[in-house]
Design a protein around this ligand. Sequence first.
Ligand SMILES: Cc1cc2nc3c(=O)[nH]c(=O)nc-3n(C[C@H](O)[C@H](O)[C@H](O)COP(=O)(O)OP(=O)(O)OC[C@H]3O[C@@H](n4cnc5c(N)ncnc54)[C@H](O)[C@@H]3O)c2cc1C
Length: 450
Amino acid sequence: MKRREFLAQATLAGMAISLPSFVLPNSKKINNTSVIIIGAGFAGLAAAYQLFKKNIPFILLESRSRYGGRVFSHALTPRLVVELGGEWVGASHTRIRELCDEMNLTLENNQMDTHLIYKNQYFAKGKWDYSNAWKQKFEHIIKTYPQLTEEDKKQLDQYDWWRYLVNNGCTGRDLEIRELLDSTDFGESIRHVSAFAALAEYAESSPKNEMDFKIKGGNSKLADAIVAKIGKQNINLNHTVTHIIQNNKVEVRCSNGKSFIADKIICTAPTFALQKINWSPELTPAYKNALNELQYARITKRAFAFSKRFWKDESFDLITDQAPHYFYHASKNQPGPSGALISYSIGDKALINADYSNTNAAREMAACLEPFFGPVKKLLKAQQYYYWGQDIYSQGAYAMYGIGQWFTIRPQLLQPHLHTHFAGEHLADWQGFMEGAINTGEDAASNIIQ
Ligand SMILES: Cc1cc2nc3c(=O)[nH]c(=O)nc-3n(C[C@H](O)[C@H](O)[C@H](O)COP(=O)(O)OP(=O)(O)OC[C@H]3O[C@@H](n4cnc5c(N)ncnc54)[C@H](O)[C@@H]3O)c2cc1C
């Protein structure tokens, strides 16, 4: 049984026990709105699009002054668009790919070939590898993953991915390189990540680990396209929800003094923002505990624009054991000769990377790259960073399921609260991905449409 199937069953089982015992009111319209969606990220937009297609009245309330949430395309220069949030669309991510098709958006190949800087030595793509013994062992682990029972998976959730690797014979250089690479997937050290969450991701992902495509022109194009379909008049930007009052109907109040009444709510706020909302009646103690337990990963993306693509290879990415952590070509498929690299750092390194002045960040970038690529700092034209660890709504890039959390916290956070259904990447089988956000938004809409 795959992670998705298993979790769907586990969640349904959990919901059956604790669904509210009263019957929800029907969707009689009040103020011409029957569903309030909180958040215009990919979960909220996907939910809105489903309701729109079924002619169910809705209104979308979004704190920020832009759509897309943690998908955040940015024009670094007039010619170069980079992603400061969600980047890669995976080959296995069927719903986002279908939506791109439906919206006539082009997905461009965004696969990378990884170079390495390790202990002051540079290894071009294809010139470095893990030891044969570890490669064989890992292949065996992935091959035998489908044989794991549900009990095996729960056992794996009881310890961290670093420990799992060590217990399976990954040591020394192999372990250090895995830590550098895998921590970019989870946004924190793999010593904090559930072994089950990590193994499931690697065993169920495409060969390039879902780093396959990007939307031509920037991933925010998908948000724009959905907004165009559902109509801007149905979306209220700069509306921060502060109070949710649920009786026979729901009343949602915003910090700007506006309030809205409807029959149901789809709440896609990340857990940090969700916790700040004043709920009446309150969220259950179990729900509040789960909100308190779940952590989000700290990631900084710092984009550098250069007048020349000195890295030459369009599919260039580079893992390093230095402060900038991971570089990748962020302007692949965009016309040159100028180009952009993003330095993507995680955990404590993310805060260091964010706190640099531009001058210091350029110095660190040069200290890492110049020994192997020559005097690149003089090619630098612009830079821009975003530190997700201090984003006021999420305080992190995406949720990070730690030891013992996958099978406990996630089903808890999926429980509806009276007329409110929850959605967002933190609740998804494809957790941490744009696909996951879309899946949960659509699922929440389906729960209402039924
Ligand atoms: C650095 C980084 C790298 C990533 N890389 C990838 C990748 O390569 N591939 C991939 O698939 N995914 C990636 N992701 C993850 C992906 O971007 C997210 O999973 C997805 O965008 C989350 O969507 P969401 O709708 O669940 O949440 P969000 O996008 O956060 O949407 C929630 C919205 O709710 C709003 N909100 C919060 N509180 C309130 C309130 N009280 N009232 C009104 N509105 C409120 C917020 O402003 C926000 O817009 C990355 C994310 C980051 C940050």
